[in-house]
Design a protein around this ligand. Structure first.
Ligand code: IMP
Ligand code: MG
Length: 177
């Protein structure tokens, strides 16, 4: 199976936006240590690029959740596959996500992390698809790009585990045998 891909957000635009986000986050957390939490696997490329541009002290941890089957539809089940390795009680935490779609994954993560009573908890997502939102009151503090209701791939995002390594964000135009 071969998919035809169209570029939605080029590499240069992503990197420019990450520079802006990193500058904003560095000001907002100036003088503090920030615990950056990467939501695996989709968030990993964004997390790596964003973290390297921050001008503040950073600690890193990783969490893995599964919310999707191998296609493009949500299974509706959000499960924690791998939890944090260190406690976040009393820490300033920034959750780094690839994309917020229905909001089901994020609400589950926020509940899970809030239970540990961090000093603060904010969300930074590369992509936001507000038109698809099912869960009310989900508003990430830092958003890279707001996009239309299209299935995005690349720069961490996958379609059936493919395309995560692309340096740009794309959309699948058509599938050929
Ligand atoms: P939500 O729980 O519906 O908000 O979905 C969140 C998760 O579903 C994201 O962290 C992604 O892993 C995956 N997802 C949602 N939309 C897309 C997309 O357009 N492309 C790739 N993965 C997506
Ligand atoms: Mg994700």
């Amino acid at each position: 199976m071969k998919e035809i891909i169209d570029v939605m957000i080029p590499e240069t635009a992503i990197q420019k936006r990450i520079d802006e986000l990193a500058a904003e986050i560095s000001i907002d957390y100036s003088g503090l240590t920030l615990t950056l939490i990467c939501v695996l696997k989709g968030g990993v490329i964004f997390f790596a690029d964003l973290s390297r541009k921050l001008k503040i002290d950073v600690e890193m941890d990783f969490i893995d959740v599964s919310s999707y089957d191998d296609g493009t539809e949500s299974s509706g089940v959000v499960r924690i596959e791998k939890d944090l390795e260190r406690p976040i009680t009393g820490k300033h935490v920034l959750l780094v996500e690839d994309i917020i779609d229905t909001g089901k994954t994020l609400i589950c993560l926020i509940r899970h992390l809030s239970a540990q009573r961090p000093e603060s908890l904010k969300v930074c997502t590369l992509l936001d698809k507000p038109d698809r939102r099912i869960v009310d009151g989900i508003k990430p503090e830092y958003v890279g790009f707001t996009i239309a209701d299209k299935f995005a791939i690349g720069y961490g995002l996958d379609y059936a585990q493919k395309y995560r390594q692309l340096p740009y964000i794309g959309v699948i135009l058509e599938t050929r045998d």
